[in-house]
Design a protein around this ligand. Structure first.
Ligand code: CAA
Length: 271
């Protein structure tokens, strides 16, 4: 019964069932995992349950998975946090930020860390994550897209970091990738005006790797997945590790790191 419910509204793959209240669908097909926010009637608004489902998927992702696709059902990728979380009543069974406001600092910090855990794992070197974004990606939705390695977007995409307009800061791990992708000045412009960034600009400033017509989004993502799977798995992991570390290292340090990774590769291939 629980499994049937998970299949209906949550997801189920092998040992992992995602609770139905998270409205997250999760499927694993060989080396590809697909996570779908599945509450289109509420534009895939996110709750604590969404974030704990994402974290749980990250914790139990099968080792064979190389590519993770994150998408939203319906016309919008995600309209961000479920606004009921800012009301005293909150989301049934999940509480609200108004009640969290009076909790002690440690409990509050822990809650935020738990939510962030749902986003952070998408950067692991062992996988490449792709956000397939159509329509609105607002607040937590924008940050979920930013937590992925790549963003392939439909031409109707609209990114908006709405948090400052609501008196909040973006705290779901999105600020660092945003600054790294578009630079500090553009990130300030985007966040502190809470303006909408559409497809053309997203492509121009490096927020999106590819813009396609809405009908072509699934195909474009499938093609990218196939390209990613066409290279050697261990080389891909080692190269992603190198690229991720590059910003924090000097040229000299990065050259040393390249040499070390290559030594391990050559020993594995020819040793
Ligand atoms: N929370 C809860 N419900 C939401 C929602 C949200 N974030 N976004 C949309 N919905 C609901 C609407 O209330 C509506 O429900 P009903 O049919 O029951 O009335 C349904 O989804 C469809 O919404 P719309 O009719 O508004 O759909 P639309 O396509 O015309 O517009 C939209 C879509 C532009 C995303 C608009 O719904 C909207 O502006 N939503 C709010 C966006 C928002 O402010 N999000 C918070 C961002 S900040 C954040 O995320 C904070 C953080 O990380 C800490």
């Amino acid at each position: 019964m629980a499994e049937a419910q998970a299949r209906q509204r949550g997801g189920y793959a092998g040992e992992i069932s995602v609770p139905a209240e998270s409205a997250v669908r999760y499927e694993v097909d060989g080396e590809i995992a697909t996570i779908t926010l599945d509450r289109p009637e509420k534009r895939n608004a996110q709750t604590f349950a969404t974030w704990s489902a994402l974290a749980r998927i990250g914790e139990s992702l099968p080792g064979q998975v190389r590519v993770v696709v994150v998408k939203g059902e319906g016309p919008s990728f995600s309209a961000g946090i479920d606004l009921r979380m800012f009301t005293p009543e909150g989301v049934p069974g999940q509480g609200s930020f108004s009640s969290a406001a009076t909790s002690d600092g440690t409990a509050f910090e822990q809650r935020i860390r738990q939510a962030q855990a749902g986003f952070l794992w998408l950067r692991r070197p062992e996988i490449v994550s792709i956000a397939a974004v159509r329509g609105h990606a607002i607040g937590a939705g924008f940050q979920l897209a930013l937590s992925c390695d790549l963003r392939i977007v439909a031409d109707d995409v609209s990114f908006c970091m709405k948090e400052p307009a609501l008196g909040l800061v973006p705290d779901l791990t999105g600020t660092k990738p945003l600054v790294e992708l578009v630079g500090l000045a553009k990130a300030i412009d985007i966040c502190l005006t809470a303006r909408t960034v559409r497809a053309d600009e997203a492509m121009r400033i490096g927020l999106a790797e590819q813009v396609v017509a809405g009908d072509d989004l699934d195909r474009a993502v499938r093609d990218k997945v196939a390209q990613l799977l066409s290279v050697n798995r261990d080389a891909a992991v080692a190269t992603k590790r190198l690229l991720q570390g590059a910003r924090g290292r000097s040229l000299e340090e990065q050259s040393v790191a390249e040499g070390q990774e290559q030594e391990a590769r050559i020993r594995a291939l020819f040793g």
